[in-house]
Design a protein around this ligand. Structure first.
Ligand SMILES: Nc1ncnc2c1ncn2[C@@H]1O[C@H](COP(=O)(O)OP(=O)(O)OP(=O)(O)O)[C@@H](O)[C@H]1O
Length: 305
């Protein structure tokens, strides 16, 4: 399912203009990442997709249908939402947290619980955790439950708001890889919010770099942005000017991942749900210090093992 923002603005009651005249097409069955620093309007944009926040101007369409004509409750039940700190209900067991939305949708309890167990498998959690309460899980496990809950109604669209912001870097890397695997397996349209450009490049088929007011500084594939940052702001944001983009390729779970000189994920090659395969040729520059920096994805011949 594709999502389209058409000239969307949001002014909150206190006068704050969080988003101004924002237009974007989120292609079906791929991951679009909204990335930008704090307060630039990412969460507001995400929440307008499921009508948790109502735009003050413009429209949002899902598969060409204006969402303002659909009831917010019905919309929210068919769009998965995963938030930071998992948003789990503390007094409900894991299995009941996962089954919440299907139960609200009228699925019989036994069926919803059996589906919830299958979802624990899907997100890589042992079924023995089903009867625990959220506080009895690690942060990473809680986030996985949050993802399982977001997927429970089998939505075509999954909104993820800084879902891995609160976990340590190692668990975070695991969860990022799992997200890529899930996207390949389940073929959802994912809109992912983060302030971390490395996470954005790793996960995004389309990356949208935002400035205050939801202004788009640049949008494109990770390779396109790395190859040609639109301006100094983008260049600084992606680190291109700091010479830290020494790119090489590592294989993770069958996916070619671009990693930078510090070993951090910097993007993804091929294997996306849209079948996109990045073939742009990298321009490998020699910096004054002698370090190699790439301003784009390495060419085929540059592939490291
Ligand atoms: N309910 C609200 N009332 C008034 N202003 C709000 C409200 N919610 C958000 N804002 C303001 O709108 C702007 C955008 O907020 P938003 O939460 O969308 O940013 P963000 O990019 O997601 O930030 P962060 O990364 O810190 O979560 C900010 O200036 C914020 O203070």
């Amino acid at each position: 399912m594709s999502i389209e923002f058409r000239g969307v603005s949001k002014r909150f009651a206190d006068g704050t203009l969080a988003v101004e005249d924002f237009s974007l097409v989120v292609p079906s069955r791929s991951i679009t990442v909204l990335v930008g620093s704090s307060g630039c309007g990412k969460t507001t944009l995400l929440r307008m997709i499921n009508r948790m926040v109502e735009p003050t101007a413009g429209s949002i369409l899902i598969d060409d249908a204006d969402i303002s004509e659909e009831s917010p409750v019905a919309l929210r039940r068919r769009i998965g939402y995963v938030m930071q700190n998992s948003g789990l209900l503390p007094h409900r067991k894991v299995i009941d947290n996962v089954a919440t939305v299907p139960l609200l949708n009228g699925v019989p309890k036994k069926q919803a619980q059996s589906a919830a167990l299958t979802l624990l498998d899907t997100v890589g959690l042992d079924r023995s955790l089903a009867d625990r309460y959220p506080s009895q899980l690690s942060g990473g496990q809680q986030q996985r439950v949050g993802v399982a809950r977001g997927l429970a109604a089998n939505p075509n669209i999954l909104l993820m708001d800084e879902p891995f912001g609160a976990v340590d870097p190692i668990v975070r890397a695991e969860l990022q890889t799992e997200t890529l695997r899930l996207q390949r397996e389940l073929d959802k349209t994912v809109v992912f919010v983060t302030h971390d450009i490395d996470e954005a490049f790793l996960l995004g088929d389309q990356v949208v770099i935002l400035q205050k007011g939801g202004r788009i500084a640049q949008q494109g594939s990770p390779a396109e942005i790395l190859a040609a940052p639109a301006d100094d702001f983008v260049a600084e944001f992606v680190g291109a000017d700091r010479g830290r983009r020494v790119l090489s390729i590592q294989q993770v779970d069958g996916v070619d991942i671009l990693v930078d000189g510090d070993g951090r994920p910097a993007g993804r090659l091929g294997g996306s749900a849209t079948g996109r395969r990045i073939t742009e040729t990298a321009r490998i520059d020699e910096t004054k210090a002698g370090a190699r920096t790439a301003s784009g994805a390495p060419a085929q011949g540059e592939r490291a093992s």
